[in-house]
Design a protein. Structure first.
Length: 133
Protein backbone atom coordinates (compact mmCIF):
# COMPACT_ATOMS: atom_id res chain seq x y z
CA UNK A 1 0.00 0.00 0.00
CA UNK A 2 1.26 3.49 0.74
CA UNK A 3 4.70 4.21 2.15
CA UNK A 4 3.85 7.63 3.55
CA UNK A 5 4.05 8.21 7.26
CA UNK A 6 0.68 8.51 8.93
CA UNK A 7 1.49 11.97 10.26
CA UNK A 8 1.78 13.32 6.70
CA UNK A 9 -1.91 12.71 6.05
CA UNK A 10 -4.26 15.68 6.01
CA UNK A 11 -7.65 14.40 7.06
CA UNK A 12 -10.82 16.44 7.40
CA UNK A 13 -14.52 16.58 6.81
CA UNK A 14 -15.60 18.38 3.66
CA UNK A 15 -16.63 21.97 4.31
CA UNK A 16 -18.27 24.27 1.81
CA UNK A 17 -20.29 21.66 -0.11
CA UNK A 18 -23.44 19.81 0.88
CA UNK A 19 -22.72 16.30 2.13
CA UNK A 20 -25.00 14.78 -0.52
CA UNK A 21 -22.93 16.21 -3.38
CA UNK A 22 -19.71 14.80 -1.99
CA UNK A 23 -21.20 11.37 -1.35
CA UNK A 24 -22.29 11.19 -5.00
CA UNK A 25 -19.01 12.57 -6.32
CA UNK A 26 -17.29 10.17 -8.65
CA UNK A 27 -15.09 10.39 -11.68
CA UNK A 28 -14.97 13.94 -13.05
CA UNK A 29 -16.93 15.36 -10.08
CA UNK A 30 -14.46 13.91 -7.58
CA UNK A 31 -11.52 15.16 -9.67
CA UNK A 32 -13.00 18.66 -9.82
CA UNK A 33 -13.63 18.65 -6.06
CA UNK A 34 -10.06 17.41 -5.51
CA UNK A 35 -8.60 20.17 -7.69
CA UNK A 36 -10.55 22.79 -5.72
CA UNK A 37 -9.55 21.26 -2.38
CA UNK A 38 -5.86 21.22 -3.31
CA UNK A 39 -6.05 24.76 -4.71
CA UNK A 40 -7.45 25.91 -1.36
CA UNK A 41 -4.37 24.35 0.21
CA UNK A 42 -1.98 26.30 -2.01
CA UNK A 43 -1.37 23.95 -4.95
CA UNK A 44 -1.77 25.18 -8.54
CA UNK A 45 -3.43 23.10 -11.24
CA UNK A 46 -1.13 22.30 -14.17
CA UNK A 47 -3.15 19.65 -16.01
CA UNK A 48 -6.19 17.41 -15.59
CA UNK A 49 -6.58 13.88 -16.92
CA UNK A 50 -3.17 13.52 -18.55
CA UNK A 51 -3.33 10.42 -20.74
CA UNK A 52 -0.60 8.46 -22.46
CA UNK A 53 -0.07 4.84 -23.48
CA UNK A 54 0.96 3.97 -19.92
CA UNK A 55 -2.18 5.23 -18.23
CA UNK A 56 -3.83 8.36 -16.88
CA UNK A 57 -2.91 10.85 -14.17
CA UNK A 58 -5.99 12.48 -12.64
CA UNK A 59 -4.36 15.77 -11.65
CA UNK A 60 -0.96 17.32 -12.11
CA UNK A 61 -0.46 20.15 -9.63
CA UNK A 62 2.41 22.37 -8.58
CA UNK A 63 3.44 23.01 -4.98
CA UNK A 64 6.17 25.62 -5.17
CA UNK A 65 8.89 24.13 -7.37
CA UNK A 66 7.56 20.57 -6.93
CA UNK A 67 5.37 18.86 -9.51
CA UNK A 68 2.66 16.80 -7.80
CA UNK A 69 0.99 13.85 -9.53
CA UNK A 70 -2.36 13.25 -7.81
CA UNK A 71 -4.47 10.10 -7.86
CA UNK A 72 -8.09 10.80 -6.90
CA UNK A 73 -10.23 7.97 -5.53
CA UNK A 74 -13.83 8.05 -4.35
CA UNK A 75 -15.79 5.46 -2.37
CA UNK A 76 -19.13 5.72 -0.59
CA UNK A 77 -17.61 4.32 2.61
CA UNK A 78 -14.44 2.88 4.11
CA UNK A 79 -15.86 -0.64 3.83
CA UNK A 80 -13.45 -3.08 2.17
CA UNK A 81 -10.54 -0.71 2.78
CA UNK A 82 -12.15 2.39 1.31
CA UNK A 83 -10.57 4.51 -1.39
CA UNK A 84 -7.00 3.93 -0.22
CA UNK A 85 -7.20 0.18 -0.78
CA UNK A 86 -7.99 0.72 -4.45
CA UNK A 87 -4.54 2.18 -5.16
CA UNK A 88 -2.66 -1.11 -5.29
CA UNK A 89 0.90 -1.76 -6.50
CA UNK A 90 -0.25 -2.30 -10.08
CA UNK A 91 -1.96 1.10 -10.12
CA UNK A 92 1.08 2.74 -8.53
CA UNK A 93 3.35 1.31 -11.25
CA UNK A 94 1.00 2.63 -13.96
CA UNK A 95 0.99 6.08 -12.37
CA UNK A 96 4.77 6.10 -12.13
CA UNK A 97 5.12 5.08 -15.80
CA UNK A 98 2.66 7.79 -16.90
CA UNK A 99 4.51 10.37 -14.77
CA UNK A 100 7.85 9.34 -16.31
CA UNK A 101 6.30 9.81 -19.76
CA UNK A 102 5.07 13.29 -18.77
CA UNK A 103 8.44 14.23 -17.26
CA UNK A 104 10.20 13.03 -20.40
CA UNK A 105 8.46 15.80 -22.34
CA UNK A 106 9.92 18.50 -20.09
CA UNK A 107 13.32 20.02 -20.74
CA UNK A 108 14.54 19.74 -17.17
CA UNK A 109 12.17 17.78 -14.92
CA UNK A 110 11.46 19.45 -11.57
CA UNK A 111 11.33 17.59 -8.26
CA UNK A 112 8.11 15.60 -8.06
CA UNK A 113 6.00 13.48 -5.74
CA UNK A 114 2.88 11.31 -5.82
CA UNK A 115 -0.08 12.32 -3.67
CA UNK A 116 -3.43 10.63 -3.14
CA UNK A 117 -6.67 12.47 -2.47
CA UNK A 118 -9.28 10.09 -1.11
CA UNK A 119 -13.02 10.60 -0.76
CA UNK A 120 -14.63 8.14 1.65
CA UNK A 121 -18.26 9.10 2.16
CA UNK A 122 -18.23 12.69 3.40
CA UNK A 123 -14.58 12.62 4.46
CA UNK A 124 -11.50 13.69 2.51
CA UNK A 125 -8.00 12.45 3.16
CA UNK A 126 -5.02 14.01 1.40
CA UNK A 127 -1.85 11.94 1.56
CA UNK A 128 1.24 13.83 0.36
CA UNK A 129 4.03 11.50 -0.79
CA UNK A 130 1.58 8.59 -0.81
CA UNK A 131 4.12 6.39 -2.59
CA UNK A 132 7.49 6.76 -4.26
CA UNK A 133 8.96 5.95 -7.64
Amino acid sequence: MFTAAANQSRYCRWHGQPEQILMRASGPQAEQAAALYLARHGLQLVEKNYRCRFGEIDLIMRAGATLVFVEVRSRRSRAFGGAAASIDMRKQHKLIAAAQHYLGQLGKPPPCRFDALLFDGDEIEWIPNAFGA
